[in-house]
Write a protein that binds this ligand. Structure first.
Ligand code: SF4
Length: 379
């Protein structure tokens, strides 16, 4: 930590925590996991809220709790049920890790979320941030934590002039959060920091005039709020062109389940893949079907083009109606673990990646689809 930071910290630390916790007590949003701070609720909410907006997270949380109210119930659920509850949240490894961690809780911790740091860190999907969140928020242990919101608040109040994503800055931030943490108040202090970052000290246009830390904030005093935190290196976005198709046969639709080790492992999909150089999307979907299922198909026309963004990718998904060229036998799956000929209604019982779910949504409104379902070429 540099000298300037040290002197800022010395003068601010007395006032920082009381101002923050007082603000939190009056401004905390009434979120369902804050009703009783049950460790299971805190754990699930923390995993769900990674990369997810709060309103959306609350809806998913309530649906999850109505079906899976404790770690034991997670171990008793089928993977398909868990993935379906997770559908739309993305990053499906989080759901699979929840299942694995729940199994360890049942086998080794009497079906409870452990209150021990080493035991928490040994669980799949739980890193230093989530362990600290569970320990401080559910068990009221004096554990500091730093997430994106906390990093932004601290970088502004203490005028940190290095990108917050860098390892050395992260280390300094965790140390700073630890120094500021008032013993016995970790629950309100940590949540207060995160809540302030979410509601007041927002990335763009923070409302400094309503901020409880305004008097202590170096970035505000210096007029450089918009320059803190210092941005890190920009992530390169890769454009991907993908072709997929809905193969209809005897009123049913072909879907396959992705291999566990693949992206979106365990989810269902319509076969497809990347459009190669010199290939049209129509050619790509016909080739992909042959490679992934052994089926010879032909396109019956485009359905729509779906644009979809993931962390480092911008995907353009070309979607087609497909029909078999000749009789269909058992598929020779090369990119999936199982397949189904599903009715349209049954598609709702399966978890699909977001792009394919958008495709299903548009099928419901497509009169050509209804016609194809009733007029299969091989009927
Ligand atoms: S005064 Fe403004 S920049 Fe500083 S912590 Fe508060 S909201 Fe953030």
């Amino acid at each position: 930590m540099n000298a300037a930071l040290h002197s800022n910290l010395a003068s601010s630390r007395e006032a920082f925590a009381p101002a923050l916790t007082r603000w939190f007590k009056h401004n905390a949003r009434p979120l369902p996991w804050r009703e009783n701070y049950d460790p299971y609720h805190v754990w699930i909410s923390e995993i769900m809220l990674q990369q997810t907006q709060m309103e959306r997270g609350v809806t998913y949380f309530q649906r999850w709790m109505s079906q899976l109210p404790c770690p034991r119930s997670v171990t008793q659920a089928k993977e398909d049920e868990v993935l379906k509850l997770w559908e739309g949240l993305g990053y499906y490894n989080r759901a699979r890790n929840l299942m694995r961690a729940a199994r360890v809780m049942v086998d080794r911790h009497e079906g409870r979320v452990p209150a021990d740091k080493a035991a928490l860190l040994a669980l799949p999907g739980i890193g230093p941030y989530t362990a600290a969140a569970i320990l401080s928020i559910a068990y009221e242990r004096d554990e500091p934590l730093v997430d994106g919101n906390v990093a932004r608040v601290l970088a502004r109040v203490f005028d940190l002039d290095a990108p917050v994503g860098e390892t050395a800055t992260q280390k300094a931030l965790w140390a700073l959060a630890g120094e500021l943490l008032p013993p016995g108040q970790a629950r309100d202090f940590n949540q207060g920091l995160m809540e302030l970052g979410a509601l007041v000290c927002k990335p763009l246009n923070p409302t400094c005039e309503t901020c409880p830390l305004a008097e202590l904030c170096e970035a505000r005093r210096l007029g450089i709020v918009q320059h803190r935190p210092v941005p890190g290196k920009k992530v390169d976005i890769t454009a991907l062109s993908i072709a997929t198709g809905v193969l209809i046969h005897q009123g049913r639709i072909f879907i396959q389940r992705r291999r566990d080790e693949d992206v979106w492992g365990g989810l269902w999909e319509f076969p497809g893949g990347g459009v190669e150089n010199g290939e049209t999307p129509e050619q790509a979907v016909v080739r992909e079907y042959a490679e992934e299922t052994g089926f010879a198909v032909t396109t019956l026309g485009p359905i729509r083009v779906i644009k979809h963004g993931y962390t480092r990718f911008r995907v353009t998904l070309h979607c087609f109606f497909l029909a078999p060229v000749n009789g269909l036998g058992t598929p020779a799956l090369t990119a999936a673990t199982e397949h189904k000929w599903a009715t349209f209604a049954e598609l709702d019982d399966h978890a699909f990646p977001a792009g394919h779910r958008k495709l299903i949504d548009s099928l419901a409104r497509d009169s050509r689809f209804a016609k194809l379902l009733g007029q299969d070429p091989l009927l």
